[in-house]
Design a protein around this ligand. Structure first.
Ligand SMILES: NC(=O)c1ccc[n+]([C@@H]2O[C@H](COP(=O)([O-])OP(=O)(O)OC[C@H]3O[C@@H](n4cnc5c(N)ncnc54)[C@H](OP(=O)(O)O)[C@@H]3O)[C@@H](O)[C@H]2O)c1
Length: 337
């Protein structure tokens, strides 16, 4: 591997070797306003050139459009990437009537759709995106394990599950990765999920490690800063008084960034890497970006080390954040702890 590429790590015990930072592709199709397609495609190539190999999508991003968008890139680089997608959030009845589906029949249908849209015959890492507590976990993971047996999926992952749920699932079939929100602003996973992942040898894939962009220092007030198509206009942390409170919390992040000649985004990414070291587990954060310059900035954060006193200065931030991670927290792991 050339010098300019990032280090690699095993994604869970016995899992694929991936770059220590992955790429979240959600924003390329939905949620964060308009996308310049050529720029987004350039970002994918820049990621690969930098050694970023874990490529993250889901069947709901753009209602399949994100998987279709990725297909040409996947076809050109099939052997060089670890392709991750997800099922479980059913938007077919409209966005105001989304449901979480974990039943085996749904899983068997969902995987066919993802394989078709991605243009592949096997998915490297297949996640259950959300948990429906109405379906026994062993049934859902059992159905996912059947996909492995059928050769449609190589490794299994879960998203937004508690530590107890991760243990239960892992006893049915090895889980390679747990993907949940983990950042300077969102640390509820440290209550049980992180410890369970460390104990079981499951890799942790922090999603929204930049707090959906808030930790980059770009936002003060959602009404003023975000386009009409941007779903963050409805996120509690981005709106009104909460946004002002949360923007003020970034002061130590900015100060530490200035000390290192780095950006707040890089400090946020270095923090999650080092927080994982404290817990003794492997992390592969998947910051989302559609721009090559930001991709390179994020990748460079894998080489940033924060000093113990800097980590201490960042420690109180999460406890002071105003507003929940979602307007409706009912399908997060935190709601079941
Ligand atoms: N499992 C789940 O339930 C779940 C939930 C949410 C997300 N995810 C996955 O996690 C990935 C990452 O999460 P996310 O995209 O929600 O949030 P994020 O990575 O915390 O932040 C993404 C936002 O930050 C901006 N950004 C990225 N790098 C930047 C930089 N260096 N400087 C300034 N701004 C920067 C991006 O804008 P630009 O794109 O314009 O650069 C985008 O608006 C997603 O793409 C998705 O694959 C999973």
């Amino acid at each position: 591997m050339a010098d300019h590429t990032i280090a690699t790590v095993e994604l869970g015990t016995g899992g694929p070797l991936v770059g220590v930072q992955g790429l979240g592709c959600m924003g390329m199709s939905e949620f964060y306003g308009d996308t310049d397609e050529a720029e987004a495609r350039g970002t994918l190539q820049a990621a690969l050139d930098a050694g970023v190999t874990l490529i993250d999508t889901a069947d709901i991003y753009g209602q399949g459009a994100n998987e279709e968008f990725l297909a040409p890139f996947v076809a050109a680089h099939r052997g060089e990437i670890t392709l991750a997608t997800k099922f479980a959030i059913d938007r077919s009845a409209g966005d105001d009537r989304r449901t979480v589906r974990n039943d085996p029949a749904y899983i068997r249908t969902a995987v066919e759709g993802s394989l078709r849209r991605l243009g592949v015959d096997v998915i490297d890492l297949y996640y259950m995106h959300r948990r429906d507590p109405g379906v026994p976990l062993a049934e859902s993971v059992g159905a996912m394990a059947e996909l492995v047996e059928r050769g449609l999926v190589k490794h299994l992952g879960l998203s937004e599950v508690t530590g107890a749920e991760l243990r239960e699932a892992h006893a049915v079939h090895p889980i390679a990765a747990l993907q949940s929100e983990w950042s300077l602003f969102s640390r509820d996973v440290e209550r049980s999920a992180v410890g369970a992942a460390a104990e079981l040898g499951v890799a942790f894939v922090p999603y929204s490690p930049l707090g959906r962009g808030f930790l980059t220092g770009a936002f003060q007030d959602a009404g003023a800063d975000l386009s009409a198509k941007d779903f963050r206009r409805f996120q509690p942390r981005f709106t009104g008084d909460n946004a002002r409170t949360n923007a003020a919390l970034l002061e130590p992040v900015r100060a530490i960034a200035a000390e290192h000649g780095a950006s707040p985004a890089q400090v946020a990414l270095a923090w999650v890497q080092q927080r994982a070291d404290v817990h003794g587990l492997t992390v592969v954060p998947i910051p989302g970006t559609r721009r090559t310059t930001r991709l390179l900035e994020n990748v460079a954060a894998t080489r940033l080390r924060l000093a113990p006193e800097e980590l201490a200065a960042l420690e109180p931030i999460a406890g002071k954040v105003a507003g929940d991670r979602y307007p409706d927290m009912s399908s997060t792991s935190a709601a079941r702890e």
